[in-house]
Design a protein around this ligand. Structure first.
Ligand SMILES: Cc1cc2nc3c(=O)[nH]c(=O)nc-3n(C[C@H](O)[C@H](O)[C@H](O)COP(=O)(O)OP(=O)(O)OC[C@H]3O[C@@H](n4cnc5c(N)ncnc54)[C@H](O)[C@@H]3O)c2cc1C
Length: 438
């Protein structure tokens, strides 16, 4: 795999994906027969079909995009894909809601049939019932994702989210026997294609949960970098994963166990050896602290595009790291050391000086100017407080608006700094950030 991702190609692929979406979603509406006795019925029918047809296509897309093994075939910007997946999910649910509202109105007005009065002696009522169950599940996923995501925590939220695996099969089983447009037009074949794609993705997702497409690595070194931060170095026992600068990998201690994303902060292309640095938190990150050399762990990836846009230009580089947010910059700085030529600055914020990770490596840098900023140690002899635009301006010799700025740290730091940089005149396209949670 190429060591540097082409940011231009990534942009083109994003456009292609959006165009595919924009064409495939409304396409089924061309097959709807709009002849009805009154304009009101035409409108009611169009709304009901918008919900079921466009809603289903969007659901299939969001399902595909939520599965990183497939979605990253388009490109590696996983955070962008996850955002698109979330937005499509919300749009699909809101559209699909039109269906249970307008299809009963259509049947009531045109045929005097009450769709809610289910007669379970008739087969069609069972298919209507399946549609209702799918709708109830969708609403459950929507409510838990939008209102309770934080309160549930990632693990419990994920457990509720996997009920989504049932929604699409139920929706297809509901639609094939009773969907008028499907039974009477070639749209049937479009739906067969969607059902086949959704089925394949469901099978692949389940296999992935059980360890399909994860790559075994032997831990060769485990060292403590700072208070609560351990660096693990691993050698591939089979296929190497070849991360580009700034990319991350998913790490599992057991093949089918819990997984978390970590930046590949070192990579040796000759041996395939890769390192991650994990800060102890609550879940898997705590268990990664006692991994020892000789242990076998599992990686999948690489994903992400952080830093790639900045690597394409020769502008002065300003890096702002907070805590463990230093990891994506380690390889970038190694590269600057090997190929000096552009001005580079690292502003590294930590609570206390003993939390500084990669201290020795940072002290040895010749071509990157490093400024430590400590927020919680009153006696610290150096910059105290947080990384701000004013502080950056005191060190960076070039006009800040001409710099390429990369930020990786806690969300509050990222947001505040980004807003201040924009206010200071740094163009949006020169500011890049990585988020350590999504
Ligand atoms: C792109 C990226 C790069 C990262 N790089 C590093 C790094 O180099 N070093 C480091 O210490 N941390 C890194 N993180 C954070 C790391 O993934 C964990 O979130 C962190 O270690 C806390 O883990 P925990 O086991 O304590 O998790 P928990 O407390 O159980 O969960 C903390 C949070 O992790 C996130 N999370 C959990 N599971 C997943 C999952 N399967 N997929 C996506 N997000 C999930 C959720 O937002 C959750 O709220 C990175 C995160 C991302 C998204």
């Amino acid at each position: 795999m190429k060591q540097n991702l082409d940011a231009g190609a990534i942009r083109v692929r994003k456009m292609v994906l959006l165009v595919l979406l924009a064409v495939s979603a409304p396409l089924p509406m061309l097959f709807v027969q709009y002849e009805e006795p009154t304009t009101t019925l035409v409108v009611v029918k169009a709304l009901a079909k918008t919900g079921s047809l466009i809603g289903t296509v969007l659901m299939v897309w969001q399902f595909i995009l939520g599965f990183r093994v497939v979605s990253t075939l388009f490109h590696k910007d996983l955070l962008w894909l996850v955002k698109l997946h979330e937005r499509l999910g919300a749009a699909a649910i809101l559209l699909i809601l039109l269906h249970p509202i307008f299809i009963p109105i259509y049947y009531a007005v045109k045929l005097d049939i009450n769709l809610f009065a289910l007669d379970l002696g008739r087969a069609s009522s069972w298919f209507v019932l399946l549609g209702m169950v799918a709708m109830a599940l969708l609403l459950f996923i929507f409510v838990t994702s939008v209102f309770f995501r934080k309160r549930l925590g990632y693990g419990r939220w994920f457990a509720t989210h996997v009920t989504a695996y049932l929604v699409l099969p139920l929706a297809f089983i509901h639609a094939f026997p009773i969907g008028g447009t499907l039974r009477q037009t070639p749209l049937f074949w479009y739906w067969i294609l969607l059902a086949a794609v959704a089925g394949a993705v469901i099978v692949a997702r389940v296999l992935t949960l059980f360890g399909w497409r994860v790559y075994g690595h032997d831990v060769t070194d485990a060292r403590k970098l700072a208070e609560g931060v351990t660096e693990l170095t691993m050698r591939p026992s089979g296929r190497p994963i070849s991360p580009a600068i700034g990319q991350f990998v998913y790490v599992r201690r057991r093949r089918a166990g819990a997984q978390r994303p970590y930046t590949a902060c070192r990579y040796d292309a000759d041996s395939g050896q890769v390192s991650i640095a994990a800060k102890s938190g609550r879940g898997l990150s705590v268990r990664l602290q006692d991994v020892r050399p000789g242990e076998h762990i599992y990686l999948d990836g690489p994903y992400g595009v952080f830093g790639q846009e900045a690597l394409r230009t020769e502008r002065p580089l300003v890096m702002a790291a907070g805590g463990i947010g230093i990891t994506p910059f380690i390889r970038l700085m190694e590269r600057i050391e090997r190929n000096p030529g552009r001005a580079a600055y690292l502003f590294y914020g930590n609570l206390r000086a003993d939390r500084i990770a990669y201290r020795e490596e940072l002290d040895a840098l010749q071509h990157v100017e490093v400024v430590h900023v400590i927020s919680d140690e009153p006696d610290y002899q150096g910059e105290k407080g947080f990384i701000t635009v004013d502080l950056i301006g005191r060190y960076v010799r070039e006009p800040i608006a001409e710099c390429e700025v990369l930020i990786c740290g806690p969300p509050v730091m990222t947001e505040k700094l980004e807003n201040a940089l924009l206010a200071a005149g740094v163009p949006d396209e020169q500011i890049h950030h990585e988020l350590f949670g999504f």
